[in-house]
Each structure stands twice: as C-alpha cells, then as structure tokens.
Ligand binder design. Sequence first.
Ligand code: URA
Length: 431
Amino acid sequence: MRAVDIIIKKRDKQELTAQEIEFFVRGFTNGEIPDYQASAFAMAIMLNGMTPFETTDLTLAMAKSGQVLDLSKIVDIAVDKHSSGGVGDKTSISVMPMVAACGLPVGKMSGRGLGFSGGTLDKLESIPGYRVDLSTDEFKKQLKEKGIVLTGQSMDLAPADGKMYALRDVTGTVPSLPLIASSIMSKKIAAGAQAIVLDVKTGLGAFMQTLDEARELADLMVDIGRLAGRRTVALLSDMNQPLGAAVGNALETIEAIDMLHGGSPADFREHCLHVAAHVLVVGQRAKDLNEARSMAEKSIADGSALEKLRVLVAAQGGDVSYVDDVSKFERAKYVEVVHAPRNGFISQVHARSVGEASVALGAGRAKKGDPIDYAVGFLILKKVGDKAQEGEPLFEIHANDRAKLAEARAAVLSAHQIRDEFVPPLPLFYE
Ligand code: URA
C-alpha cells in the first residue's frame, strides 16, 4: 500500500477500507507518512467527507495509535466531557473539578486551540508549570489518587490525533464532520472513561453552523461511543456568541476559576451547572438532573470544587497560588475599554469574528508549533438581548501590541450589532 494511492482514492470520492485507513494512521503516527501527505489526506476528507463506517474506522485507528486505557481496573467509573469547539468555552476547567468534587472520578484528555476556537490545554498552560503531557502511568496514578486528571495527548495516548490536530489547525481542515468526530472520540476512547458527555456547539462560532449539522455530528459521536462500549450523551448548545465574557487563554482561565469562587457571568455559570448535571447523571452519581444540579451547586457553595481544582493544578505541577489569587496571571500591556456607539439592544456578538480577532491578537497559532500569547483577548461585557446605552462599556481588549489592538477594536466592534427593537436573549442549549 502507498499513502499517495489512499489520498487519490479519497480525492476521487471513493470509500476507503478499514485496512487503508489503519495503514495511513499507523504510518503517519510513526513518522513514515510525512505531514504534507497527511495534510493532503485531511483536505481530501474535508472536501469529500466520509461514510459513518469510514469515520468509525478512522476513530478506532486513531484511538489505537497509542494505548487504550482500561480505567475500570483503577476506579469503578470514570467520566469525561468534551466540547466540539467554540469561542470563550472554558467549561471543562470549571465543570471537571465540580464533578470530581461530587465523588465522580474524571479522566479527561483535552485539545489545544483549533482554528478560531480556543483549547483547554492552552488555557491551562497559562498557569505556570501546569503539565499537559502526562504519561499513561501518570494518568492512571493521578486518577486513582486524586480523582481528577486533565491532560493532553502524549506519545502514549491517541498520538495520531495529537499530530493530526496540529496540522488541521493550520491547514484549513478543521470544520469537517468526520475529522472532528474521529478527533474527539479517539481521545475519549483512548483515555478510557466509561461515561462521556459531549457538548456539541452550533452557531456562528461553531464548526457546525446549523442545528442539523450539529445534530448529525452528535449522533455520529454518540454511535461511535456506544459502539466502543461507553455510555455517551450529547448536548447541543449555542455558539452564536462567545460563552461567558472572557475570550483568550489567561482571561478564560481566570473566569473559570472565578466561577468556582462563586463569581463569573450568569450564562457561563448556568452552562456549567447544566453540563455538570448531565455528567453526574451519565456517571450514575445522581439519579436525575435535579439531584445532580443540587450536587453541582453545592460543590461551588462549599468550596469543594475549588479545592479539587487546587488538587488538579498541584498534581500536574502548576502553581496553585494562581487559583487563589487570579491577579497573579500574566496581564497584557494594553487594556482598552470600547464603548457602545449608540443606544439599543445587542442583537449579535459574532462569535467567530471575536475568535478570529483573538487569534490575530496572538491567542492562537498561524503555523504549527507557533508560541501563543496567554495574556491577550477580550472581555465581552454585553450579550445578545442586553440593553446598551451609548457610551456604556461594550467590551475590553487586552493586547500586547498597539497595531494589533487597533485591528482588534475594529473587528470586534463590527462583530456587534445593536438594534432599536427588543431582542430576546439566545438560548444556552437547544437539545
Ligand atoms: N475538539 C477536538 O478535540 N477535536 C476537534 O476536531 C474539534 C474539537
């Protein structure tokens, strides 16, 4: 078999066999197939799609590119949660400690920023020292001893996704249903959690822009999860506007920590409670969503979720003092407040434009391996449905470069629309 023939077959819209997919994934993982062929392969999949069978084969091949953990030997049940990617989505950093504080072990493998969307690993690395490259043994030991792990792909766990993810980020091959489904589910299967909640985003700042596309992605991932013997549930949530206020790595981590201190914007808090409740139910820690929600609320009120975050950060080598004092996070040189240009109701805060502006400020990557700037980003101070008075603060820009600040101001101002008539708030969840 030759890699080029597999690329040509997909380019010509033919269905690949499981053997061809495995050959490609194995070769790419061990370095025999170079990045340029993997990029062409990803683009062919992006343009021509895959059948559900091909997507399942791709997922399993990627999961098996490293070890597949069997956590049932370590804890009775471990849970995992994953988002399909959005702007301002720092949910995992708050939800995973909440769930772990309720006694449900969490073993999660996250990703980095992808295209205009942020990634949990980049956010967590804004805490100095935090390690996202745990080995399999470290993963298992920490899960058993601390009940919480939040790491990235290593050479042991789903390495094919780690490599492919970095290429997709910089080759325009992110918004592809089979590539997203296989990327997410290969990590979930490899990390070994028996119960999984998928937060599938839909809207202007999601890779799946329509509810139908998001539902298709959700159904496919739930099917793959069940096929792999995992209890899998998907939620469809809004991503037309950024979630919460903060967009950018350190700013989002601060907001996620604030949430566990009892602060943070109401939409973000509500989103986290809803996701946490589903995780607690699918992980069989609560009998229904009402009970689960009360448990999640209690974990914030009694400080146990915050304590779990401290435990997590310490276990992975991070500086725990940042959890107690968020003023320690690196701050950008320039912070500018931009004011509402007129009276009215906010009718749009275009999530994708805000995400792209954040990447342009330095929060994301243009090329594989580019360094990122943790401090830059935005605080979105008014959301869809809010009333704005001319001259009121609309958003804040955090930048380290004056020219980029000016570009960001123009981009994020035009991401906002203000109307005279009343505008209802956007829902947080659709299904
Ligand atoms: N999250 C992932 O892990 N992979 C994707 O492709 C998108 C979101």
